[in-house]
Ligand binder design. Structure first.
Ligand code: 5AD
Ligand code: SF4
Length: 469
C-alpha cells in the first residue's frame, strides 16, 4: 500500500507526466495513479516534453481552477505532432465528461476519480487503441484524437479507490483516505457531483494501511475525506466497528505514529467525541480545520449547510475546553448570492469570536449543476473582491496577535526541510504552523526528525525560532 513501487520490468517502458490541481484528496489520488502507472510499466518524467502520456488531475471547485486545465491543454498542437497522448482525470473530467472531447479534441482519456480502479484496463485500451490509430493517423485532422477512452460511469460505486500501489511523495508523512464522496449537497458545491456518494473504507483496512506506513518509517498520518466526520465503518466484525473518533484514536495508537491529522470536517457531524479523542490520545494533533463558510445563519441556510451560527460556535466551545489548546482554521466564502452587508459583518464578527489561526477565503464562484446557480441577487465581482480583501486584512490582524503569543514558548516541530539561502530549517508544529528555525550543524537535523524549538519571533503566517539544545 505504501512506498514507491518500481516500474514493472515485464512491460514496455512508456513515460508519463502528471500534474495535479486542487485539494489533498486529489494530491493523494495522484499518488495512487502514479503507483498504478509505475506498476503498469510506465516511468514518471518531470516535463511534458519528455512524456508519451500527459495527464492532468483536475479540480473544478471554482471556475479559476477549472480554467487552469484548459490553459494547459492549449499548447496541444505542438505536442500532438510529437505523438503524445493526453488524458484528463479528476473533477473536471467527471463534471464535463465527454464534452471535454469537444473542447479539446486531441484528448484521448477522460476519467473521474471513481473509475481509477479501472485504470490498468483503461491504460491497456488506450495503448492498443493508440497503436491502431497510429496506423491510420493520416485519415484524421492532426489535432483530433482517434482514441477516446472514458471512465465516468462509476460515480455511484460503493467501492473506494484502494490500491496496493500508492507512490507516496513524502517518506515521513502521508495521507490515508478513509471516506470518499459527499452526501451533503451544499448549495454551492460541485463535489457531490464530481466525487459521488459517500463510501467509507473499513477501519480494518485503514488501520492495516496505517501499520504498514509505520513499518515503512512514516511518523505522521493525515486521514482524508470530503467529510471525515460522517465516516461509517460499514463492514467487518461488528464488535470492532468504529466511529470516526474511535478510528482517529486507534490510528493515533499505532506504534511508531507520532502525529495524526484529519481533514475535512463538516460542523454538522463534528461531535464532542472527537475532542475527547484529542484529549485522550497525545499523538492526535492540536489542530482542527472546521469550515464555517459564513457567520450568518441566514446565509448558512441558503447555503444548505445544515447548521446555524450558534451550533457552529457550540462546536468551537467544545474545542476551547479541551485539555490542550487546539488551533482552529476554517474556510469562508464571500459574496454568496444574497449576502448582505450585515451578513458579511456577522462573518467578520465570527472571526474575532473564534480566533482562527488561518482562514482560507474564497469569492463565491457559480458552478455547474449546483442549486445556488439558480439563486438571484448575485453579488457583483468587484464587491466580492472588496469583501475578500476586508476579510483577509482583518484575519491578518487576528493572526498577527495570535502568533505573537507563541514567542518564548518551546514547540516540537517535525523537520520538513532546509531553506539554504536563509540558512534556516523549516519545521511544522502540532498546531500546523510553519516554524522556521536556526540550528548549529552539530545538531545533525534531517527531514522527518522531530526537534524542540524555542520561538523567538512571529509573522502573521509563520513563526521564527532556534533549536533548543
Ligand atoms: N465558490 C467558492 N468557494 C467554494 N468552495 C467550495 N465551492 C465553492 C464555490 N462554488 C470553497 C469552500 C470549501 C473550499 C474547499 O472551497 O469554502 O470549504
Ligand atoms: Fe477540487 Fe473538490 Fe475535486 Fe478536490 S474534490 S479536486 S477541491 S473539486
Amino acid at each position: 500500500m505504501s512506498g514507491v513501487p518500481q516500474s514493472n520490468p515485464q512491460k514496455p517502458q512508456k513515460t508519463f507526466y502528471l500534474e495535479t490541481f486542487g485539494c489533498q484528496m486529489n494530491v493523494h489520488d495522484s499518488e495512487k495513479v502514479v503507483g498504478t502507472l509505475l506498476q503498469e510499466g510506465y516511468r514518471q518524467v518531470e516535463t511534458v516534453e519528455q512524456a508519451d502520456l500527459v495527464l492532468y488531475n483536475t479540480c473544478s471547485i471554482r471556475d479559476k481552477a477549472e480554467q487552469k486545465v484548459f490553459n494547459r491543454l492549449s499548447d496541444y498542437k505542438k505536442y500532438k505532432k510529437q505523438g503524445k497522448t493526453f488524458g484528463v482525470l479528476g473533477c473536471v473530467a467527471q463534471q464535463e465528461g465527454e464534452k471535454i472531447f469537444e473542447r479539446a479534441p486531441y484528448v484521448s482519456l477522460v476519467a473521474g476519480s471513481a473509475s481509477y480502479r479501472n485504470l490498468p484496463s483503461m491504460l491497456a485500451q488506450l495503448e492498443s487503441a493508440t497503436l491502431e490509430a497510429g496506423k491510420s493517423e493520416s485519415r484524421k485532422p492532426e489535432a483530433e484524437s482517434l482514441v477516446r477512452i472514458t471512465g465516468l460511469d462509476d460515480r455511484e460505486t460503493d467501492a473506494c479507490f484502494e490500491t496496493e500501489f500508492t507512490a507516496r511523495t513524502n517518506p515521513h508523512r502521508g495521507y490515508i483516505t478513509i471516506i470518499e464522496g459527499c452526501d451533503k449537497f451544499c448549495a454551492y458545491c460541485v463535489v457531490p457531483y464530481t466525487r459521488g456518494k459517500e463510501r467509507s473504507r473499513t477501519s480494518e483496512s485503514v488501520l492495516a494501511e496505517a501499520r504498514q506506513m509505520a513499518d515503512l518509517g512514516y511518523t505522521e498520518i493525515q486521514l482524508l475525506g470530503q467529510n471525515v466526520n460522517s465516516y461509517k465503518d460499514s463492514e467487518g466484525n461488528s464488535s470492532a466497528t468504529k466511529t470516526f473518533a474511535e478510528l482517529l484514536a486507534a490510528v493515533g495508537e499505532v506504534p511508531g505514529i507520532r502525529r495524526v491529522r484529519f481533514t475535512t470536517s463538516h460542523p454538522r457531524d463534528f461531535g464532542p467525541d472527537i475532542v475527547d479523542a484529542i484529549d485522550a490520545v497525545p499523538t492526535l494533533c492540536d489542530h482542527v480545520h472546521l469550515p464555517v463558510q459564513s457567520g450568518s445563519t441566514r446565509v448558512l441556510d441558503a447555503m444548505q449547510r445544515l447548521y446555524t451560527r450558534d451550533q457552529y460556535l457550540e462546536r468551537i466551545s467544545w474545542m476551547k475546553t479541551a485539555k490542550r489548546e487546539i488551533s482552529i482554521t476554517t474556510d469562508v466564502i464571500v459574496g454568496f448570492p444574497g449576502e448582505t452587508e450585515s451578513d458579511f459583518a456577522e462573518t467578520l464578527d465570527l472571526l474575532d469570536e473564534v480566533g482562527y489561526d488561518a482562514v482560507f477565503a474564497f469569492k463565491y464562484s457559480p458552478r455547474p449543476n449546483t442549486p445556488s446557480l439558480k439563486l438571484e441577487d448575485a453579488i457583483p465581482e468587484e464587491e466580492k473582491s472588496r469583501r475578500l480583501e476586508v476579510l483577509m486584512a482583518k484575519q491578518r490582524e487576528i493572526q498577527t496577535i495570535r502568533y505573537k503569543k507563541y514567542i518564548g514558548t518551546t514547540c516540537e516541530v517535525m523537520v520538513e526541510g532546509r531553506n539554504e539561502p536563509r540558512a534556516q530549517w523549516i519545521g511544522r508544529t502540532t498546531h500546523n504552523k510553519t516554524l522556521n528555525f536556526s540550528a548549529p550543524p552539530s545538531a545533525n537535523l534531517k527531514a522527518g526528525t522531530y526537534a524542540p524549538v524555542r520561538v523567538t519571533g512571529s509573522f502573521p503566517n509563520s513563526l521564527l525560532g532556534e533549536l533548543v539544545i
